[in-house]
Design a protein. Structure first.
Length: 94
């Protein structure tokens, strides 16, 4: 798992750079006992929780990219319901 964590951490830096983020939420990698969802965010305290147990690392990275898009929307005050272009999401998750 430590090898996967290394790749996940490198991906977070890559995705942040691609999205032009100057700040990141606190990303907590959690087990399945803590929440049944793949990810959930609490942007009041700046935390994003991503379930890693039982998931392929690429799936975890895709989830992190999705949550980073929400973070970007929050810090740029995007209108609620506004979505980023699919190719931007795809580019961040590759």
């Amino acid at each position: 798992m430590s090898k996967n964590l290394h790749h996940i951490n490198k991906f977070i830096g890559f995705a942040a750079k691609e999205l032009g983020l100057t700040s990141l939420p606190k990303i907590k990698l959690v087990g399945h006992e803590e929440d049944k969802k793949d990810a959930f965010g609490d942007f009041k305290d700046g935390n994003v929780h991503v379930r890693v147990v039982g998931r392929h690392p690429i799936d975890v990275m895709r989830t992190i990219a999705h949550e980073l898009i929400h973070h970007k929307q929050n810090i740029t005050n995007s209108k609620k319901g506004e979505q980023m272009k699919e190719d931007e999401i795809g580019r961040a998750s590759c």
